[in-house]
Design a protein around this ligand. Sequence first.
Ligand code: NAD
Length: 503
Amino acid sequence: MTLTVRPHRDEVGLKDGQLYVDGAWRPAADGATWTHLHPASGEPIGEFPIATMSDVDDAVLAARRAFDDGPWPRSRAGQRIQLLHRYAQLLREHTDELQRLQALDNSIPLSFGGVYAPSVGAAADVFDHHAGWVDKVGGQTLPPYQGGDHLAMTFREPIGVVAAILPWNAPFLLFAQKVAPALAAGCTIVLKPSEYCTFSVLHMVELLVEAGLPDGVLNVVTGPGDPTGAALITHPLVDKVSFTGSRAVGRRIVEASAGTLKRVSLELGGKSPTLVFPDAPDIGLAAMTTMGTVTMGLSGQACVAHTRALVHREVYDQFLAAAEMMAGAITYGDPFDAGVLASPLINTRQLDRVLGFIERAQEAGAKLVTGGTRPDGELAAGNFVRPTVFADVANDMEIAREEVFGPVLAVIPFASDDEAVRLANDTEYGLGAGVYTSDAKRAFRVARRLRAGTVGINGFQLEPHLPFGGFKQSGLGREGGRSAFEAYTELKTVMMPLTEELM
Ligand code: NAD
């Protein structure tokens, strides 16, 4: 028997998608559509428009008008706060159908809904969190530096029209991390969901409309990177691009921003290390937590996955045994089955890419401990790869350097703290890192030496008020917390002489 998820389409009432421009739902100008194929079964699930350059132009112009002349950027703080809280509450009330739509989009299993960071609840908390900044972040009044008496003030003003571009892997949190601070700051938005995760995002937008957002403030263009995303990042009337996705597309955005000097925020990929010292509180738990980040829920298709385990030689075998056991315990298949813990890969291109990495790692001399193959039977039509562990990896091998974005852990031995830190930092990325030790001094000493945006000591969790982002090629800027809100503002200085002479 072959796996099918199509009956859930009707249960959850999934409809084909539309663009949302200036307060109205509509098809693409030329009627072109994208058919979404389910990652676990290959079945067609639904269609949505491929927004053309002229659709993107309409959406940007609507956002531009709403910014230049509309009520939202000029609204009172109380009005914005109320809307953001109302929306957070609506999200919580619609958690169940949002999770089901996500399972039809990207096949993240319903069982993963209880994990905080990618949950609807976390997205709701992000909206509540940013509502809190609206009436608290302002400017300063500054004293004269020289000359006559004068008054100088700074203001934080909304940055303008924001192009928000999402990846497919954590739609609730990533939607919230862009839309919440942008709306809180008074910006208007053109949002592009990933073509591999559109239906759940469209429902989030429907709920935002229900919450009472004025027309034109948020517009949605659906479709792939080319033509839809490319038209958005090059549009001259966009003031800021806020992007989460791959490093390759991040680079294109930086290039495309040069023409009009757009502001750019980038949340990109990672090759994050876990450093396991012999005095870790529980080696087995460290192995299972690390392996969990590359298997549970997203099957390693997470920017924060700790895909390089740097393990002290004294506890190396113990770590490997626990990682292998964890790999064997992961279940995958129908995302609606409560016993399923992990997803397939998002599409056949990614499946081929991951299998290529696995093949080349073996050719390069890494030792395959477990996994590396695809399941057959009823899962053969899906993009599944078994959880995979490589031992005896050298840090200069491709499997230790490239973001695989699949259920693959590379385990690398080390012999001293200095060697561990050197290996950890020997990467082009710098998103996250983990440190497992019972020695608090070692923990902080090592954490401070690591070139990464988020370091977890004996575990980590993403939370709405904590800055999150990358060093090096993992990104530009931070999401979460006050700095995320400020990234959607421009700082303006206004001064006025109080005497005849200013200077
Ligand atoms: P992707 O870069 O392929 O696509 C991301 C988005 O960019 C999609 O909406 C896509 O349609 C769009 N896009 C593609 N080409 C474009 C172009 N030329 N112009 C404009 N837009 C374009 O990434 P993905 O496969 O959806 O997501 C996986 C990547 O995202 C991984 O690298 C992962 O590490 C990263 N990611 C980072 C974070 C973070 O917070 N740092 C979070 C989640 C995912």
